[in-house]
Each structure stands twice: as structure tokens, then as C-alpha cells.
Design a protein around this ligand. Sequence first.
Ligand SMILES: C[S@@+](CC[C@H](N)C(=O)[O-])C[C@H]1O[C@@H](n2cnc3c(N)ncnc32)[C@H](O)[C@@H]1O
Length: 352
Amino acid sequence: MADASFLMVTCQRGAETALKNDLTAAAGWRLAFSRPGFVTFKHDSPTADWPDSPFARTRSHSVGKAQSDQLAELLDRFDGVLDGLADRHPGGFDHLHVWARDRAVVGEFSFEPHAANPLVADVAQRIYQHLTAGGRVAASEPNQTASRGQSVLDVVLVDPGQWWFGWHRAEDLPSSWPGAIPPVDAEQDVVSRAYFKLAEAVAWSQLPMRPGEHVFEIGSAPGGACQRLLELGFRVTGIDPAEMDPRVLEHRHMTHVQAHAEDLKRSVYRDARWLVVDATIKPQKTLWAVEGIVTSSEVSVRGMLLTLKLGSYERAEEIEQWTQRVRSWGYPRIAVRQLATGRREICLAASK
Ligand SMILES: C[S@@+](CC[C@H](N)C(=O)[O-])C[C@H]1O[C@@H](n2cnc3c(N)ncnc32)[C@H](O)[C@@H]1O
């Protein structure tokens, strides 16, 4: 039995300090190792509960690492690590997830974490073939979405020739996806990258949104998020002073109100069941605008997905205040996450 707990976490590049502040605020957890986009922590108790943070994209029990420029040596070392886990996991693991530390800040240098990465796919296939030969993984392929409760063996490619090993149990959608990155076709024709962000936000948040309900989006142009909402079967009203893409506008369930959200009468929002906000404005202004809408007696919004732009990661300290403010409007269920497909911002999901 291990005599301590090691936690390995992947996050967006740049979010490490905010992540460390959150996780080391939990009693007994301290920083062990840090690279951009990859951080490990240690606790002296072998049974310590995992702390959480909106910036923790993945969390795994960290069980070892290997460094070599030879594939055979890396696999050999992995075998040794797995032998050490055999007592705890005698039947092996349900899944194998292999992913790489982000190579750039999301959205910069054309880096998108959800884009296909043939190099990672090739390494995943080689590790998988090696492990299935030894009966250590049950899945029929590497990097499949796990089901809730299943055990997942994790390999993070931290640098070329440097692999870190871990495992976790899938407990929600993000922890079921390899690297907590939504399994989407990044090559599909979308109006804007907000398509992927909205898709991830809806999946992650598990808000009880039903097709046919009316969703209002503030900051809707050019329309990637609306495109996804329409695909999901919602009626959509987009509010934005800028032009919407004609591919979205022509949909029969789409309405565009070309205005700044705060210039509209509250009655415009009367039919809004859900509110999505993705406007290029500061969090205080976003919250002020949303407060004016959802606290109006003319409006009955059941829940919302708010993009709150951090600008600088130092603003992460304000997340708790933002959460409390939203709660005070009568939305007790709140979750906050830096989405894999989002930029230097967080997504706040709230519902009644
Ligand atoms: C990041 S873009 C939104 C992308 C969009 N969600 C999509 O799916 O393509 C931000 C948008 O916020 C809009 N915006 C900024 N301030 C706004 C306000 N006060 N009311 C409504 N829209 C606003 C901008 O015009 C811009 O189109």
C-alpha cells in the first residue's frame, strides 16, 4: 500500500498558478511537480480526498513516470508500474486514455485541444497493443469514452519521451472523455469555435435543457453557439449588435435581435427559459447585465451558462464572489469550469 497520495492534474497552459492556489488551499496538499499544463501534488495520507478546482481539467492518481527515447523502455517501465498496482486492480482496467499536455495556449498558434493528433493516436495504439497483450485493459480500443464508475488507466505525454502514469474512475462526462476533452469532430464546418465551447458547456453542465425550449444567447455573433443550440433542437434568440452568419439566420427556429443586451427592455426576455452569455465584456458587466434580466419580475429564466472572461488569471480569486452573486439571484445549483475548448475564461453553469 502506498504511504502517500499523489495527484496528477492537466490544465490549460497559464492556469497553473490558479490551479495550485486552489488545490494547495485544501489541508495537507502540496505541490510536487509543475510544467505548463501539467501539475502534480502530494499528500502524506494515502487516503486523502482529492481537492478540486475549476482549472483542473483532469485528475488522476499519479503512480509513476518513465523517461526514455526508446519506446520499448517506456513500455517496460510502464509494466513495472502496473505490476505495483496489480494488488489494487487485479482485473486490470476498463479503459486506456492517452493524451498530451497542451502544446500551446488554447486558441493560440492554431492549437485546439479537441483537434485530432495523429502522433498521440499512434502512441496510444502502441501502448494499447502492449497492454492488451498482457490482459491489462478491457476496452476494444484506446481512448474510448468511459461509462460512469469504470476504471481508466491514464498516460499523459508530458514531453517527447516522458510519460506520466495514473488512473482514475469516471464520475462525470469530462472524466469519461480522454484527457477530459469532448470527443468531437474538429473538422466539421462550424460558424465559429464557440460551437465547440457551447457543445462542451451543455454536455459538462448537465443542465436539464430540453429540445423545444427557448434559449437566449447574449453575444451571439457570428453564431457558432447558436448553430449548436439549433442542432440540439432549441428555439434560439441571439442578441448581438454584430451581424450573424446567414447559415444560422436562415434556420426557422432562429431569431436575431441586433442590439446590445442592456439596451433592451426586460420584456424582450419574457420567453427565455435558458440564458447563454458569451459577450466580450468584463465579468462585472456580464453579471450586472444578467442580474438585471433574471431578477426582473417579467422574466423566468431556469438556468444559465455564463462565459466569464478572466483577462488575467489573477482574477480567479474573484470566482467565489461571482458564484455567490449568482446564487443570491435564486440559483442554488452552480458549477464552474474552465472548459477545454474555452480560452482564458471560465464557464459558470447555474440553475434553479
Ligand atoms: C466571442 S464573440 C461571441 C461568439 C458567439 N457566441 C458565437 O457563437 O459565435 C463576442 C460577441 O459579444 C458581442 N457583444 C459585446 N458586448 C455585447 C453586449 N453588451 N450585448 C450583446 N452582445 C455583445 C460582440 O459583438 C461579439 O459578437
